[in-house]
Design a protein around this ligand. Structure first.
Ligand code: B12
Ligand code: SF4
Ligand code: SF4
Length: 389
């Protein structure tokens, strides 16, 4: 009996070939970074300490591992850092562009696993390593800058001078010593402050700090349970995520491209889904419609809650009736609370009648308080965005 043939180890492919393979796999930018201390970790620690992460406890749990990119995956030496352009030129809508296609985590990881296999085949030995796409304790923008892919804009986005910022970032960590690219050393925001001025919730502070607790992306995606009342008016009609600080950025105005990647665009969701349909969705409807997309992160409760806020802010013809009916029929108290708020925001005599009619029948204490507040005098909100991005 002969022993199975073992492929002889060969030299690792050159960085030029690795990059060509990554481009062939569908990535739009590729750079190589040597793993080591993350330069912006002190900024991340301060951001956490100042409470800017809100309730994103998962960021705190493994915070220390973000200090140095050698920590998350033992034995890794280099990262092949990639960006995938998801098409900033798609029309603006109430559903952020990044979430309209198939979930990018899966798309990018599949490609990075294929790249690892190709590396192993080429080198004649298995290459150890793992892909990171928003899924591990890695400061991905820090790593992308280190790999030469772009600079940190004032809106904190990683901006590439030829593609703008409508990019997903990811990295394949490998146990190979690869020749690293030069870090991106320039900064091209200059005196521009358009993102700061356009942000409807004033979430962008000076010095590249983003207060996530004010950011519509956090409020509509990451925040569980209630959205703080004082934040609801400024969310406008957005139902999932926010692209405003990228839409106004001159680098996107100039360089954003059409959505081209078939893995992301096939069967993609409409940019402005009907909030009435979102509010009325059952769990099964939600899974059928949003399964396999990034929208699953908010869950049915989160999306229906956001739709109630959007309807309250829109206050269009028929919205009072929709909310009044939902106040009676909705079973989830978190969603019901936001429906009550929506009626209070619309404030027509019919909306007030619906709230008054519900109050004696409402058994949930939190919802009762929302109805009381909605019936009371309106508190002044923040400025409301005129459009949807
Ligand atoms: C938590 C998180 C959020 C939070 C907080 C965002 C934030 N800006 O902090 C919320 C929910 C608000 C969010 C929103 C969005 N996110 Co997000 N998010 C993340 C996540 C998981 C961690 C980010 C983090 O560590 N934040 C902490 C702060 C301190 O770091 P940072 O914002 O990245 O800031 C960097 C620089 O600006 C700089 N910096 C910050 N402060 C300072 C201070 C000084 C002095 C200096 C020198 C530098 C500096 O250093 C940081 C890099 O280490 C990353 C994935 C990852 N693992 O990295 C995705 C990620 C950043 N998100 C992404 C996307 C697409 C979005 C949205 C566009 C989605 C949407 N349309 O709604 C918005 C954009 C909002 C915005 N303007 O940032 C992409 C960004 C791609 C890119 N081109 O930059 C990432 C990389 C996911 C991915 N793999 O593609 N996100
Ligand atoms: S994503 Fe929207 S809310 Fe968040 S910082 Fe940008 S403009 Fe402001
Ligand atoms: S809008 Fe202006 S300040 Fe903001 S990230 Fe873009 S170039 Fe920088």
């Amino acid at each position: 009996m002969g022993r199975p043939a073992v492929a002889a180890a060969r030299p690792v492919p050159s960085t030029e070939r690795i990059k060509a393979q990554a481009f062939a796999a569908g990535f739009d930018l590729v750079g190589i970074a040597r793993l080591g201390p993350a330069g912006t970790f002190p900024a991340f620690e301060q951001w956490l300490a100042r409470g800017k992460a809100g309730e994103m406890a998962w960021l705190r749990r493994d915070a220390a591992l973000r200090r140095d990119t050698r920590l998350p995956h033992r034995g890794a030496r280099s990262a092949i850092v990639v960006a995938l352009d998801y098409g900033g030129r798609q029309p603006a809508g109430t559903l952020a562009r990044y979430a309209r296609g198939r979930d990018y985590h899966g798309v990018m990881k599949e490609r990075l696993f294929a790249l690892r296999k190709w590396l192993g085949d080429e080198a004649g030995r298995p290459v150890r390593g793992r892909p990171y796409v928003d899924t591990g304790p890695v400061l991905e923008r820090d790593l992308a800058r280190l790999a030469g892919l772009g600079w940190f804009g004032r809106n904190t986005m990683l901006i590439n001078p030829k593609r703008g910022s409508f990019l997903f970032l990811g990295a394949l960590f490998v146990d190979l010593e690869l020749e690293a690219d030069a870090p991106f050393g320039e900064e091209h925001c200059g005196s521009c402050r358009r993102c700061i001025e356009a942000c409807p919730t004033s979430a962008i502070e000076e010095d590249l700090v983003l207060d996530a607790t004010r950011c519509i992306s956090y409020l509509t995606i990451e925040k569980r349970g209630d959205i703080p009342i004082e934040r609801r008016p400024a969310i406008g009609e957005l139902v999932y995520g926010c692209d405003i600080c990228q839409d106004v950025c001159p680098w996107n105005v100039r360089f954003a491209s059409d959505a081209r990647d078939p893995d992301l665009t096939t069967g993609s969701l409409e940019g402005t889904p009907d909030p009435v349909a979102l509010l009325r969705m059952s769990e099964d409807d939600f899974t059928r419609r949003f399964g396999g997309t990034a929208v699953t992160r908010a869950g049915r409760q989160g999306l229906a809650r956001n739709a109630a806020v959007a309807l309250g802010n829109r206050g269009g013809p028929g919205d009072t009736e929709v909310l009044a009916q939902a106040l009676e029929e909705e079973r989830d108290p978190v969603v019901r609370s936001h429906i009550a708020w929506g009626l209070g925001a619309i404030r027509t005599p019919e909306a007030i009648d619906a709230l008054r009619a519900r109050l004696p029948r409402e058994t949930n204490e939190e919802v009762r308080q929302e109805i009381d507040a909605a019936l009371g005098p309106r508190s002044s909100g923040e400025k409301v965005p005129g459009g949807v991005g």
